[in-house]
Design a protein around this ligand. Structure first.
Ligand code: NCD
Ligand code: ZN
Length: 337
């Protein structure tokens, strides 16, 4: 019999599910294999009201209705009143802050991230125990954007010691070092940043399907990420940042940022942890760490993977939409049973 492994309530703590027809196509590609996912709010317009949040949640539930799956909702950061946050706190798992213009649909983000001017909102979030998720990049030189953002994380961590701050999709050795330095800093790590470097994106022929924000960095950065992921360091958790864009927006002049990994994430993570003889740590990286960091209990959902070849589809299509996954047309060693 082929080797099998059971994953308990896998969680994707950073996911773009989009809306409309794209949501109908990609939603089930996560809900089939994950117990829950933290859903990013960078829609057009961004999710900033209770009404928008609850109706988006309903559309996600409708798209994923064949599966046991819990969408963990987030608001798009702006300055919110204490009353508003008190009223919405039980409906959200966190609030996502984007520096203005830094990535897809972030035009309404924060122009200057300054602890003092944002204090009323951040203090209320801290009091209500609402985590702050941050896309941590400046608008400097693309390879240095995350590194340059470190003082901002540090300033916020010091100014709001009880506020949980999630450094989203970290890509550098500097971020790995910083997350360990403050009790209230945590981080998500994507699948692709555990595997690729800038060489894979632009070292040979340009690979649009591996282009994302933050851009993949150096070998030493990837190795630092891999080390904390494989040891399931309690400060880090899995967040795919799977970010679907239709094929024509990726394979075009002016490629949209985002790597689509939802349908292959678990298979590739098992392969990676197996290769490094760390399979025993995978459940912590994929679920237990997130449960502790966000202090919640997910749905009970066991997913079995079997060591059997899986050829990744060239493209996923439906509802008039399409999206090309990472590893399209390639052979993986594990399949979902
Ligand atoms: C994301 C998207 O397309 O929404 N893109 C990406 O490259 N990761 C936004 C984001 O998380 O930066
Ligand atoms: Zn993202």
């Amino acid at each position: 019999m082929s080797k099998e492994i059971v994953l308990n309530s896998p969680l994707d703590m950073h996911l773009h599910l989009r809306d409309g027809e794209m949501l109908k196509l990609v939603g089930p590609l996560t809900s089939k294999t994950f117990a829950g996912a933290l859903v990013m709010p960078n829609l057009v317009p961004p999710v900033t009201t209770k009404e928008a949040l609850l109706s988006y949640k309903n559309r996600i539930k409708e798209a994923c209705k064949d599966d046991d799956f819990e969408p963990l909702m987030t608001l798009f950061f702006q300055e919110y009143s204490r009353e508003f946050l008190e009223d919405i706190k039980d409906e959200i798992i966190g609030i996502k802050l984007y520096p203005a213009g830094i990535t897809t649909n972030s035009e309404n983000g924060v122009a200057a991230i300054d602890a003092e001017s944002l204090r009323p909102t951040l203090e209320a979030m801290s009091d209500f125990d609402i985590p702050l998720c941050i896309h941590g990049e400046t608008n400097g030189f693309v390879m240095d954007r995350e590194k340059e953002f470190m003082p901002v994380y540090e300033g916020l961590a010091k100014a709001f010691p009880k506020l949980k701050i999630i450094m989203e999709h970290i890509t550098t050795k500097d971020a790995v070092e910083l997350v360990e330095k403050y009790d209230n800093l945590f981080a998500t790590i994507t699948l692709h940043h555990l595997i690729i470097t800038l060489d894979d994106v632009a070292g040979g022929m340009l690979q649009p399907h591996l282009f994302c924000k933050p851009i993949a960095k150096r070998y030493e950065d990837r190795d630092a990420l891999l080390k904390v992921a494989l040891e399931a360091n309690p400060k880090v958790m899995f967040g795919s940042d799977s970010a679907p864009h239709p094929k024509h927006k990726k394979e075009s002049c002016g490629c949209a940022a985002g790597v689509f990994t939802s349908p292959i994430a678990l298979q590739v993570l098992v392969e990676l942890f197996e290769k490094h003889d760390k399979l025993d740590n995978l459940n912590a990286f994929l679920s237990l760490n997130a449960q502790k960091i966000y202090n919640f209990k997910p749905l009970t959902k066991d997913i079995t993977l079997v060591k059997k070849e899986f050829i990744v589809p060239n493209i996923y299509e439906g509802f008039g939409e399409n999206v090309v996954p990472m590893y399209n047309n390639q052979k993986l060693f594990w399949s979902i049973k």
